[in-house]
Design a protein. Structure first.
Length: 451
């Protein structure tokens, strides 16, 4: 990175940032209080509130959102007449999954092979540190030139919509000229990237019932309808032979017009096993950014260990459907429910429960804020031009902010490049990416103030 005062300041702050990130990662802040103590999330929220107060933020508050979680808010006044920028991140994390699969403890930041490992290091506790580092660097080098609001969500990973509903009830709270969402990532490490689209999502729980109770498979199997088999057939109907998503009535032919995603690179990024084919049709970018994608997230059925020779009376699955911009999640949910009900075989009873939704998002790339970010990225990543990519996941608050503040520019950057392995075991963050993106955000705020 070329020498400049902002970059030098951020570099000097990195050792302290590592210690702070370790403290934040140590909180088991999974917003599923049936699995993890509520106090862990509340302690993480308290840590962030204290950090904002230490940076001079005013009106710092723990917002009790309708889903029973807390988001952290603060406001840092800038020069009179300056624009307002909202900085977003979230402190809740995905469960660690199989802790035995982690090389080091998931809630203990571990420095290994040039990366920092731990749940939430990239998604998205590292994003909290990115915002703090950018603001600290500006304060040392002439001051923060804009009004800043910070919102750190407590239930983004659960998709329960608490912050969205809270913001809708208080439309002035998060109002800003520009929003920087720190929950995305570069297309690859070292390549500065702004995320220009997000797929939305819907989630349903489907239950199939066929019998009053389980039956002996030797006595009744062959004629008694098996609920688990019925569910498997129902779920299989959601894909074509090549693996493309097939929900009756849902368009699945979108094309991507951004950065190209080479198939071999995708295989490496996704760690696809040798000999296993990719699914779907079209380019990789078409499939993951411009078309719907269904995923069976879990099935309730007897585990192999301890299973008995029984015909199953009931079975249940959790199904996620990602939808590209241009598709309304509510409409997609209607189509998904109708499809599941239509394709359940043998007259089995089927019940579809709607769990949650998130709207897709398309940025106004090329706007003044994006130009300011591109200039900042060029300094933070010398020799590289900012690219535009999509993201297959969803950030529900983006759609809410776009609806509440249609004139606001929304930019998405972050630390979740492919090597970060977010949502999987051995999640990690590149400290170089954290450093460069903190520099980029600081320079962006300075550039944007000068427009």
């Amino acid at each position: 990175m070329s020498s400049n005062p902002i970059a030098e300041t951020v570099a000097s702050l990195m050792p302290g940032a590592k210690e702070e990130l370790a403290e934040l990662v140590a909180f088991r802040s999974v917003a599923d209080f049936g699995q993890f103590p509520r106090g862990e999330s509340e302690a993480a929220a308290g840590w962030i509130a204290s950090a904002l107060r230490a940076e001079g933020f005013e009106d710092v508050a723990l917002l009790d959102t309708p889903d029973g979680t807390q988001s952290v808010y603060g406001r840092l006044p800038g020069p009179e007449g300056a624009r307002t920028v909202l900085l977003y991140a979230h402190y809740d994390v995905q469960p660690p999954l199989d802790e035995a699969g982690w090389t080091s403890p998931p809630f203990e930041l571990t420095d290994r092979d040039g990366r920092w490992y731990g749940r939430g290091t990239a998604d998205c506790k590292g994003g909290v540190l990115m915002h703090l580092l950018a603001l600290r660097a500006l304060k040392v080098n002439g001051g923060v030139p804009v009004h800043v609001k910070v919102i750190v969500e407590g239930s983004e990973e659960q998709g329960t919509g608490g912050l969205e509903r809270y913001a809708e009830q208080r439309p002035g709270l998060l109002a800003a000229d520009t929003v920087v969402i720190g929950d995305s990532g570069n297309f690859r490490a070292g390549l500065p990237t702004a995320t220009s689209t997000l797929r939305g999502m819907t989630m349903v729980r489907v239950r199939v019932d066929t019998l009053e109770g389980n039956l002996h498979s030797g006595q009744f199997g062959g004629a008694a309808p098996d609920a688990l088999a019925a569910l498997i057939r129902t779920l299989d109907s959601l894909r074509t032979e090549d693996g493309s998503t097939a929900v009756d009535g849902l368009a699945a032919d979108g094309d991507w017009e951004g950065v190209h995603y080479d198939e071999e690179r995708f295989r490496q990024d996704a760690r696809v096993l040798d000999g296993v084919e990719l699914i779907g049709s079209g380019t990789v970018a078409d499939r993951i950014w411009a078309r719907p994608a269904v995923t069976v997230l879990g099935i309730d059925c007897p585990p192999v260990v301890g299973a008995t020779p029984s015909v199953q009376a009931s079975a249940r699955a959790l199904v996620s459907l990602r939808v590209p911009p241009g598709t309304e999640p509510a409409h997609a949910t209607d189509l998904l429910q109708a499809h599941l009900e239509r394709h359940t075989p043998w007259g089995a009873r089927v019940e579809v429960e709607r769990i949650g939704q998130g709207r897709p998002f398309r940025a106004r790339a090329g706007s003044p804020a994006y130009r300011a970010m591109a200039d900042a990225m060029a300094v933070a990543y010398p020799g590289e031009e900012m690219q535009y990519a999509g993201q297959g996941g969803s950030i529900p608050l983006c759609g809410t902010l776009a609806a509440l503040y249609p004139e606001a520019e929304i930019l998405l950057i972050g630390l979740s490049e492919p090597e970060a392995r977010i949502h999987a075991v051995n999640e990690s963050v590149s400290p170089e990416e954290l450093e460069r993106l903190s520099v980029a955000e600081a320079l962006f705020l300075r550039n944007y103030a000068a427009i």
